[in-house]
Design a protein around this ligand. Structure first.
Ligand code: PBG
Length: 325
């Protein structure tokens, strides 16, 4: 006890603090999300996400290369198609936006980069929901959606995606995608499942970015209820049984308790998605001079790792890498 024990001894200088620090982050923990827009020819700023842009197909290799040069060698690709329809059919064509982007990036950067693709239908459907919609009941039909997700995953793997990341929160989606990939000869392509994805309002800025807002209702009949925690363990447990190699918790900061429980329970490689709203609120406060942007960025990412994340998807990835340099 005090005065023999003084906790402040190990805090007395920067050098000693560095030595005893339990958690660290490096650029190899980060995954950078890229929004590829099929309809534009020059990058476009995303108003609600300062510092982020929609990238044209012509610019995607440069964007990915910049990321690799900064030490972030994993990217997550989101597509914004030039046309949408009822079933989201531009999500699975051989020459659609994600498939083309993946082919270009892998063609140029090959093994220097890990390309992860988001598998969901909401950016591709005219109604903006993540699956096949029944208008009478205003609901998203689970089982008819599964084969479409299988097709999307296959088309991404064929284009050269290194990891497939289904985010639609349909029951059975991981199992369906695993068997499609296996039948198609992609048994070595891992699945990173957005296993515990909450119906969160922190996705607001992303929906501007990816033009994936819904025309009616919301996503609470398929994404998780923010009040639940035990249910997240069931979701993750099932996805692992269906063949998930890595699991994700999303959002990150308001759900660190979930991340902590999942990592402790399953010990699988676990990702956390530091989502658009988490990014934009720090950017907004920093732009008003209310927060020190670099410091809150670092502290946020550090807390996500401390809670148990092995990897973090974050729009701050490049900013963080630049800060290290
Ligand atoms: C769905 C998807 C969403 C995000 C990633 N994948 C949006 C949603 O579920 O409505 C959100 C990411 C973010 O907010 O940064 N394809």
């Amino acid at each position: 006890m005090y005065p023999e024990i003084r906790m402040r001894r190990l805090r007395s200088s920067n050098k000693i603090r560095e030595l005893v620090r339990e958690t660290s982050i490096s650029t190899s923990d980060l995954i950078y999300p890229i929004f590829v827009d099929e309809s534009i020819s020059v990058p476009q700023n995303i108003a609600s996400m300062p510092g982020m842009q929609r990238i044209p197909l012509e610019g995607v290799v440069d964007d990915a290369k910049e990321s690799v040069d900064l030490g972030i060698s994993a990217v997550m690709i989101f597509g914004i198609p030039s046309k949408k329809d009822e079933s989201g059919s531009s999500a699975w064509g051989e020459d659609d936006v994600v498939q083309s982007a993946v082919r270009e990036i892998k063609g140029d950067l090959g093994k220097d980069i890990l390309v992860i693709t988001d598998v969901c239908l909401c950016e591709y459907t005219s109604h903006g929901h993540c699956g096949v919609v029944d208008y009478d009941s205003e609901s998203v039909l689970n089982d008819p959606t599964l084969p479409l997700l299988g097709k999307v995953a296959m088309s991404h793997a064929k284009a050269g995606a290194d990891v497939i990341a289904p985010s639609g929160m349909m029951d059975g989606m991981v199992g369906t995608i695993r068997s499609s990939l296996d039948i198609g000869g992609f048994e070595n392509v891992p699945i990173m499942s957005y296993a515990a994805k909450y119906a969160s309002s922190f996705y607001g800025p992303f929906r501007d970015a990816a033009d994936s807002s819904y025309s009616f209702g919301d996503r609470s009949a398929y994404q998780m209820d923010p009040g639940n925690s035990n249910e997240a363990l069931r979701e993750v447990g099932l996805d692992i049984l269906e063949g998930a190699d890595m699991v994700m918790v999303k959002p990150a900061l308001p759900y660190l308790d979930i991340l902590y429980r999942i990592k402790n329970e399953f010990k699988l490689p676990t990702a956390a998605y530091n989502v658009s709203g988490e990014y934009s609120m720090l950017k907004a406060a920093a732009s008003l001079g209310w927060l020190d942007e670099r410091k809150v960025m670092y502290e946020s990412l550090l807390s996500i790792k401390r809670a148990g994340a092995d990897m973090i998807l974050t729009y701050f990835a490049k900013d963080f890498a630049k800060m290290l340099k």
